[in-house]
Design a protein around this ligand. Structure first.
Ligand SMILES: Nc1ncnc2c1ncn2[C@@H]1O[C@H](COP(=O)(O)OP(=O)(O)O)[C@@H](O)[C@H]1O
Ligand SMILES: [Mg+2]
Length: 249
């Protein structure tokens, strides 16, 4: 009899892991999609911070969108001292954002311009030898997509990145910025290279905006199919797993 049991990787995001049988599947990749401001970067960062601080799992943050200095500054508001974790080799940030716009970078790990998958993968392998990471974040796939433009090529390049992360033993979260909630990815291909798709909504209902989260797809596991409200609190994202959102459907 087969004894295959997939290991779970807890995001540690309050209320989330119980929506999908206890966590993400180990060595798989997940797309987190949402409009600008939906909470994608916070979700992805929280996954890495919890890995480093709670589960003793180092993480790699591939920053293609925001500059690393901004990410560090923004996350201090949640009490997450990324710099400390970097000094302890529990988190490494690859700056793939500064080169893109021609700015010099003072980061330890910098990716060259124009975007090149091979160079990014080399960078990831180098970091992996140094910190033996278990988790990775690519924030965002959209910035990579805009440097390639052709959806069939975007699909191939993202597949190379996702597969590399998997082979290196990393469970990864890839973010995707959509323009409206009628789509689940920007270029229509990002969701094909990942094992799961998580959608973050920030929708107006009467005179307030309500945040909610939906697990749209998750291979290999049972998961909630409901929309669950969440808050961005002073300690990060808290998902209300017992509650549902109906009004915006
Ligand atoms: N310290 C905070 N407390 C509460 N909400 C915050 C805090 N910091 C950011 N936010 C909310 O999160 C949003 C940004 O989240 P972010 O993950 O960067 O979005 P995305 O990456 O999807 O564009 C902000 O627009 C704001 O509404
Ligand atoms: Mg973001």
């Amino acid at each position: 009899m087969s004894n295959t049991k997939v290991e779970r990787v807890k995001t540690g995001i309050e209320g989330f892991d119980e929506l999908c049988g206890g966590g993400l599947l180990k060595n798989r990749s997940y797309l987190v999609s949402g409009t600008s401001g939906a909470g994608k970067t916070i979700f992805a960062t929280q996954f890495l911070i919890n890995g480093a601080m709670t589960y003793n799992e180092p993480g790699i943050f591939i920053a293609t969108e925001e500059r690393p200095s901004h990410i560090r500054e923004n996350m201090v508001a949640f009490g997450w001292d990324i710099e400390d974790l970097e000094n302890e080799n529990m988190i490494a940030i690859v700056d793939a954002s500064s080169a893109k716009i021609g700015l010099p970078s003072e980061e330890k790990f910098v990716d060259v311009r124009p975007f090149d998958t091979r160079s990014l993968i080399d960078n990831i392998i180098t970091i992996q030898e140094e910190i033996d990471a278990r988790r990775a974040v690519v924030d965002s796939t959209t910035a990579i997509g805009f440097q390639i433009m052709d959806p069939s090529k975007i699909r191939i390049e993202l597949l190379k990145i996702a597969t590399t992360l998997e082979v290196l033993g990393l469970t990864s979260v890839l973010t995707c910025e959509i323009v409206d909630d009628s789509h689940i990815s920007r270029f229509g291909v990002e969701n094909f290279v990942t094992d799961g798709t998580i959608l973050l909504y920030f929708k107006r209902s009467e005179n307030v905006r309500v945040r909610s989260l939906e697990i749209y797809k998750m291979r290999g596991t049972n998961h909630s199919t409901k929309l669950h409200p969440f808050d961005i609190t002073p300690t990060g994202i808290v998902v209300h797993s017992q509650e549902e959102v109906y009004s915006m459907l």
